[in-house]
Design a protein around this ligand. Sequence first.
Ligand SMILES: *[C@@H]1O[C@H](CO)[C@@H](O)[C@H](O)[C@H]1NC(C)=O
Ligand SMILES: *[C@@H]1O[C@H](CO)[C@@H](O)[C@H](O)[C@H]1NC(C)=O
Length: 670
Amino acid sequence: MASVWWPCLILALLSGLAASGFPRSPFQLLGKRSLPEGVADGIEVYSTKINSKVTSRFAHNVVTTRAVNRADTAKEASFDVELPKTAFITNFTLTIDGVTYPGNVKEKEVAKKQYEKAVSQGKTAGLVKASGRKLEKFTVSVNVAAGSKVTFELTYEELLKRHKGKYEMYLKVQPKQLVKHFKIDVDIFEPQGISMLDAEASFITNDLLGSALTKSFSGKKGHVSFKPSLDQQRSCPTCTDSLLNGDFTITYDVNRESPGNVQIVNGYFVHFFAPQGLPVVPKNVAFVIDISGSMAGRKLEQTKEALLRILEDMKEEDYLNFILFSGDVSTWKERLVQATPENLQEARMFVKSMEDKGMTNINDGLLRGISMLNKAREEHRVPERSTSIVIMLTDGDANVGESRPEKIQENVRNAIGGKFPLYNLGFGNNLNYNFLENMALENHGFARRIYEDSDADLQLQGFYEEVANPLLTGVEMEYPENAILGLTQNTYQHFYDGSEIVVAGRLVGEDVNSFKADVKGHGATNDLTFTEEVDMKEMEKALQERDYIFGNYIERLWAYLTIEQLLEKRKNAHGEEKENLTAQALDLSLKYHFVTPLTSMVVTKPEDNEDERAIADKPGEGGDSHTGEPRHVLPDQLPASSKPLLPRGWGPPLHHPSSGERRCPLLQHQ
Ligand SMILES: *[C@@H]1O[C@H](CO)[C@@H](O)[C@H](O)[C@H]1NC(C)=O
Ligand SMILES: *[C@@H]1O[C@H](CO)[C@@H](O)[C@H](O)[C@H]1NC(C)=O
């Protein structure tokens, strides 16, 4: 196969010459070298750095990998980064022998045309695809001439969300070979002050922990660094393979002396709201559970396990019922009952006796649960100051009774009437996740996928814990009228313990001397108002660490949040409204350089716009997020959206079966 690449190799090398200006003989190609350690198939990755700066929960991450081709012939160097699904890629550059090829964000359609053209010319591109539960994988490979160096640099940004009392930042570490200079460096700056900080790695031993990992925090600053030496990376003292393979997780939280915190920088504000120590609002829960035939076996067992543990957590003020659906609907009790010890005992017996049968009637199951909650409220059988929620779990699509997704959505929307949230849990991959997500979103809830795995019961329980403790309902955040533009979502049906509400916007006037925010909500015992008055002088003092902060973080945080919310809203919009939401989200994605489901990253060869290639796209959890078409994602199948963008490596293809013509590497000067 190597012979195929001879003409190309020489061209690539010549391009290196032109770029670096160092005259090198093409005959160097033939020189023999003994390969040092940490060289896989001729490519030595000699440096990998992950640099993160987190400012007020907004994380800016740069992953840089440097490699050199130690082989005598051109080799493919690949660069893989797994990043959180909730992150947006904002930059990618490739530097070959000192020449940098920068990334640009373009509208997806435009990028796609360029991409298709490139593919039709035998050129291929990088891609991003879903990888596991929380991550997406960015992959690109490039053909590197013998002796040449390549640097990959990927930047992505993410707003860290608070779950169960902590912000979590998740880095996947997988260098696949020993790397001479390997380093993770994380700087955190939180104006409220850091209250706890931890870092752990799934692959690390205590020995390694001691010297390679450092973590510290004091006042507003936190730092984590992980710098294993070559010897510390070895999976055993004489091994040449790397032990670094797994998850590197940083968790932290901030001080919460007041219920909220407002920050204003460069004309943008952000308001973080997470009051502490409020009593829990009692809840009325309808568990609507799929017991169709496909749930048989482990899935049903795990569901039972999870429900039994959830029952342990129920408080005596709570009300509940189980609504089981298959071809038809059956319920544990006629109506909601209080979680008294006797009722809970009976509930446990009921859960243990659940058996699978028949088809999937989602519509009737949900409507029964919703009407039970409505009735209990109308008949004053649940506490006045309580809140209702529907939790629906299914592992398949509706196939009996009303089974048209739009119609089920309409029925459910009408039955709930905006009064309480619906949470949809999709168990496994054999279902229409977009439908579940759209339905949950339009009823103020959200959807989660439960992965078919040995820990599915823990995933279910983990979801429940997030919504188990509502502290406020009907939360409304109010800001000075006429002073704010582009306000992000400012009403929330619930504030759950351990979470945080984040609202951002743009200030109209340049000179702001004072800023006041009011938050209203219904608590367990009374209605509450929290007022946040910002003393601009104090705040400026708090944000003085300019060197620690990357400048316009609030503006970018605002853009991130706005795009995220526009994309969510767009899922249930139609016609003109949908076009409008799409246009707004696209404008912001382009302006702020975010790779969202509407844009792609294109890497441009300098002085030659013809040779652009799409390199990064964003897949959705549930299918083609670009068209919004619901797609079925079957087990072991990639989301449909990533399929058209699946070609391998970015260098020349190794085979070119259709034409006898030989294509050369892309990244060369003429
Ligand atoms: C992308 O990264 C390159 C290399 O670090 C940098 O020069 C360029 O300014 C960045 N582009 C944007 C839009 O941030
Ligand atoms: C979307 O609609 C709003 C109000 O209906 C309008 O002000 C705005 O200009 C529209 N945006 C776009 C991008 O069409």
